[in-house]
Design a protein around this ligand. Structure first.
Ligand code: NAG
Ligand code: NAG
Length: 252
């Protein structure tokens, strides 16, 4: 009888604990009220990038290097210019080679704000695309594959969140993810399978590469909306599953 009770107890405890995630297995945890929390977070973020590169299966966190995005749609209008760009099977590679230079946390009972300064030597983005461009009555359609290489990226990740009380404890919901990378150089190659515009492919590539700074600046707001969604979603896979006091304990 004693044996059975003990057995049932062990089983019950195992079941209960299975529902929780031992986050320290994956990420270095920093006390949010400690004096050196920013130094601790710098290290935690640097190690965290290597872990997140492969994802965390227990938490359903996708691998972020390479990061796979199913599709992306961008519709651009500016005076007489109209462009529509749809990409699919997108792979983004290179994030794990990033260096974290600084971390700044402001976190208390009411709000959460984390900034991480990063540099990345090289990001490679590739996928399939279909594009349509109109300039007054001129219209061009193209589709094929694209590769973009960006080098020497300098940026800051800014995460904003609010602590939410639930029946299971308090969790921070990340409401906003922001970054605006400065890019050292960008080189793209697009193939074009469309017979009607095939002879313009070379010209298009040259135009894209010669004017990448302008194109990047114009497209940045659209891409940022995309990053905001992805960044918040990936962060919340962790933040909404691990209670605030486990992820950023306040012992002191
Ligand atoms: C609390 O945890 C239980 C069990 O893991 C889950 O089913 C429920 O949805 C959670 N509640 C909230 C508000 O997240
Ligand atoms: C991008 O980088 C890859 C891998 O380093 C290389 O094979 C490819 O030629 C580069 N593409 C462009 C457009 O620079």
């Amino acid at each position: 009888m004693k044996f059975i009770i003990k057995y049932v107890l062990v089983l019950a405890i195992t079941l209960v604990c299975d529902g929780l995630v031992d986050i320290e297995k994956y990420l270095k945890i920093c006390d949010r009220n400690s004096e050196d929390v920013n130094d601790c977070l710098l290290e935690a973020a640097q190690e965290g990038l290597a872990v997140l590169a492969n994802g965390i299966q227990d938490l359903d966190v996708p691998s972020i290097d390479p990061y796979n995005q199913k599709d992306l749609r961008i519709e651009y209008k500016n005076n007489q210019i109209y462009a529509k760009f749809t990409a699919k099977n997108i792979y983004v590679e290179g994030l794990k080679e990033s260096t974290v230079h600084d971390a700044r946390l402001r976190a208390d009972e009411d709000r959460f704000h984390l900034e991480l300064d990063l540099t990345t030597p090289k990001i490679n983005v590739r996928g399939q695309y279909a594009g349509e461009g109109r300039y007054n009555s001129l219209q061009i359609q193209a589709n094929g594959e694209f590769i973009t290489n960006m080098t020497d990226l300098v940026y800051t990740w800014k995460l904003d969140g609010v602590p939410e009380k639930t029946e299971n404890g308090t969790f921070v919901r990340i409401t906003d993810f922001y970054m605006r990378p400065d890019v050292g150089d960008m080189k793209s190659t697009l193939t074009n399978e469309n017979p009607d515009s095939k002879e313009l492919t070379e010209l298009g590539n040259r135009f894209t590469n010669q004017n990448w700074r302008l194109l990047y600046r114009e497209l940045l707001p659209y891409v940022q909306t995309n990053w905001n969604k992805i960044g918040s979603r990936v962060a919340n896979k962790i933040f909404l599953k691990v209670p605030y006091d486990q992820l950023f304990p306040a012992k002191y």
